[in-house]
Design a protein around this ligand. Structure first.
Ligand code: HXC
Length: 258
């Protein structure tokens, strides 16, 4: 499909979606959000894709929702359109894993998009923030909820109430990102990680993702039961037999997603 605000490339079973509105630091306008949703849906439906990566430019992952597009909207319009509601569902509901590779600014909706992915790898120049407070609004794509779960109440309040940016070192220290790498290495490292995930059984990968996400929605007892039942169910798969046989036979497993 021909996109104007993103670039999509698939290789080694990894679909890399690059946000590409450099003149606005990849601000999320309606066209970009729609194209991103379409690209993620396509990747979900493409059996060749086993992992996705969402990234931006060296200067900006995304500097937030597009303020130019939002500024004049009325309350009735944003409610009627469910602004950033259903349009973000393809990313939020993806079953395949999505890694956010963040360089530069990930602000407002950009930070929220990164947090909507399964985990974040960032470059040393990354800056995360929820500066919506400076615009007379608040985060609206999960910032108050996901950031709090990532970094705890104190840091989340600090970020959301002051609008300050968090650098890469702090982001790793507080658990917002899984790894920090030099800028030039960001895509190389992220692709290595994505390819590693793509080599696993898709059944295990999707199940692990589902179980981790369940932990945010339920009690510990229910979550543990869910995990155990999913674990049990895997003994019905060929990939469980293959994975364990391969270990015992001291060879690499050949997973077939069955
Ligand atoms: C529209 C944006 C933009 C945005 C940057 N630009 N961010 N346009 N929406 N969110 C545009 C600028 O207007 C400018 O366009 C160009 O990108 C380059 O930006 P500069 O400001 O000149 O760059 P710089 O001085 O390096 O500063 C970078 C920056 C700053 C610190 C990231 O651009 C900034 O503060 N941006 C806004 C960040 C923000 O408030 N995000 C939250 C948005 S609200 P021109 O044409 O002048 O060159 C949000 C709500 C989500 O995300 C929830 C919705 C429901």
């Amino acid at each position: 499909m021909a996109y104007e605000t993103i670039i999509v490339k698939i290789s080694d079973h990894v679909c890399v979606i690059t946000l590409n509105r450099p003149s606005a630091l990849n601000a999320l306008n309606s066209q970009l959000v729609e194209e991103l949703g379409d690209a993620v849906t396509d990747a979900e439906n493409n059996h060749k894709v086993r992992c996705m990566v969402i990234t931006g430019s060296e200067k900006a992952f995304a500097a937030g929702a597009d303020i130019t597009e939002m500024a004049d909207k009325s309350f009735v319009e944003v409610v009627a359109k469910d602004l950033f509601g259903s349009s973000m569902m393809p990313v939020q509901n993806a079953k395949k894993p999505i890694i956010a590779a963040v360089s530069g600014y990930a602000l407002g909706g950009g930070c929220e998009l990164a947090m909507m992915c399964d985990f974040i790898i960032c470059a040393e120049n990354a800056k995360f923030g929820q500066p919506e407070i400076n615009l007379g609004v608040i985060a609206g794509i999960g910032g108050t909820q996901r950031l709090t779960r990532f970094v705890g109440k104190s840091k989340a309040m600090d970020m959301l109430l002051t609008g300050r940016f968090m650098d890469a070192e702090e982001a790793e220290r507080v658990g917002l990102v899984s790894r920090v790498v030099p800028e030039k290495m960001l895509m190389e490292v992220t692709l290595e990680v994505a390819v590693k995930i793509a080599e696993k059984s898709q059944i295990s990968v999707k199940s692990a993702k589902e179980a981790v996400n369940r932990s945010f929605e339920t009690t510990l007892a229910e979550g543990l039961l869910f995990e155990r039942r999913v674990f049990h169910s895997m003994f019905a798969t060929e990939d469980q037999k293959e994975g364990m046989s391969a270990f015992l036979e001291k060879r690499d497993p050949q997973f077939r997603d069955k």
